[in-house]
Design a protein around this ligand. Structure first.
Ligand code: NAD
Ligand code: TYD
Length: 354
């Protein structure tokens, strides 16, 4: 059975990818995850209990552990998602971002290269190292234009700088050593199982708790939103059919200001879970100090992956955000669970005992 290593498979996008691959592929999945605050095995749902899913609790900075996993499982490729991923945390504590995103990617590249060098010619050709990155490496746009695969790198936050560094390392390993790499740069994701510190789940959770909805600056920053399952389908396509050495930009073509996003969320909540008759969620909107160095606008031209691999998003923003709000309303237990470290430890012990 073909085997793929997925790093960060207990996170938001990694778990969506594993749920997809368990239903829509034959891959045996070795999920390598350190289970930071953002990693939760509960997000894998039934896919986590499938015999084709093997969970390995490791840090991607741990070279001996990685070497042992390569020797034991003989993977045909890697999809690398493990990262520190929240811009605000990177501003307050950049060290973890350099460690996991830069040193961790370097360590994984070196472990992969050592293993790949020992394969026969056919297996070396077929092997893929797919690095999952962000559009934030390209910096910030003014009112016009979109990022594509030719856009120069211009990262501005500790998070995006650490992801840009990792992208450069991956390209260098391809040019220097011939490792067959793929890079994808995707726009902002949203959907079920997103940790409730990112904009959309934070707004849903705060609104339901009657807490303020904090809007940085004027709320006019623009993000290009993509439903997470559409990203997962794009990752599967690029991993299985992308051309080694290439980069693919992925985006939903859904540019929204933060105020538009927040107003859409509170409209849906007013309909799906109304407050008392005389109180609306809009009252909770609160303008707060801006994020330092806040990028103004991101937008992706996804023409290359559409032309070469036939990928198209299946969700519009309207359909995806309605599903997302409904999911958070139905899954308040998951939110409570992932915010509780005690639960995560319990779950990990139970997985280890299986
Ligand atoms: P996430 O924060 O939800 O999940 C990250 C996962 O990585 C967690 O399960 C965590 O436990 C694991 N992890 C962190 N450090 C680790 C380490 N040292 N060793 C092993 N595992 C570790 O992130 P996400 O939103 O799912 O993002 C996944 C990837 O996609 C990241 O590389 C991110 O840069 C990229 N990306 C995210 C978005 C987005 O909108 N969320 C958009 C484009 C690209
Ligand atoms: P976020 O979800 O952190 O993603 P990123 O910074 O990677 O784009 O934030 C999305 C946008 O929402 C960004 O412009 C910052 C803004 N934002 C707020 O206005 N308030 C908040 O509480 C958060 C978390 C984000």
């Amino acid at each position: 059975m073909p085997t793929v290593f997925i790093t960060g498979g207990a996170g938001f996008i990694g778990s969506a990818l594993i749920r997809l691959l368990i239903t829509a592929s034959d891959w045996r999945i070795v999920n390598i995850d350190k289970l930071t605050y953002a990693g939760n095995l509960a997000s894998l749902a039934a896919a986590g209990r499938d015999p084709r899913h093997v969970f390995c609790h490791h840090d991607i900075c741990d070279r001996p552990a990685l070497d042992a996993l390569f020797a034991e499982h003989h993977p045909d490729g890697i999809i690398h998602l493990a990262a520190e991923s929240h811009v605000d945390r990177s501003i307050h504590g950049p060290g973890d971002f350099v460690q996991t995103n830069v040193v961790g990617t370097y360590t994984l590249l070196e472990a992969a290269r050592a293993y790949w060098s020992g394969l026969d010619a056919a297996a070396r050709n077929a092997f893929r190292f797919h690095h999952v990155s962000t559009d934030e490496v390209f910096g910030s746009l003014g009112p016009c234009g979109r990022f594509d695969e030719t856009t120069a790198y211009d990262p501005r936050s500790p998070y995006s700088a650490s992801k840009a560094a990792a992208d450069h390392l991956v390209r260098a390993w391809q040019h220097t050593y011939g490792l067959p790499t793929l890079i994808t740069n995707c726009s902002n994701n949203y959907g079920p199982y997103q940790f409730p510190e990112k904009l959309i789940p934070l707004m849903i959770g705060n609104a339901l708790a009657g807490k303020p909805l904090p809007i940085y600056g004027q709320g006019d920053n623009v993000r290009d939103w993509l439903y997470v399952d559409d990203h997962a389908r794009a990752l599967q396509l690029v991993f299985e059919r992308g051309r080694p050495g290439e980069t693919y930009c992925i985006g939903g073509g859904n540019e929204k200001t933060n105020l538009q996003v927040i107003d859409t969320v509170r409209d849906l909540l007013d309909r799906q879970s109304p407050r008392d008759a005389d109180r609306r969620y809009a009252e909770l909107k609160t303008f707060v100090a801006d994020r330092p160095g806040h990028d103004q606008r991101y937008a992706i031209d996804a023409g290359k992956i559409q032309r070469e691999l036939g990928w198209r998003p299946l969700e519009t923003f309207a359909s995806g955000i309605a599903k997302t709000v409904a999911w958070y309303l139905d899954n308040s237990d998951w939110v409570a669970q992932v915010q509780s470290g005690a639960y995560r430890n319990w779950l990990e012990r139970n997985y280890a005992q299986r």
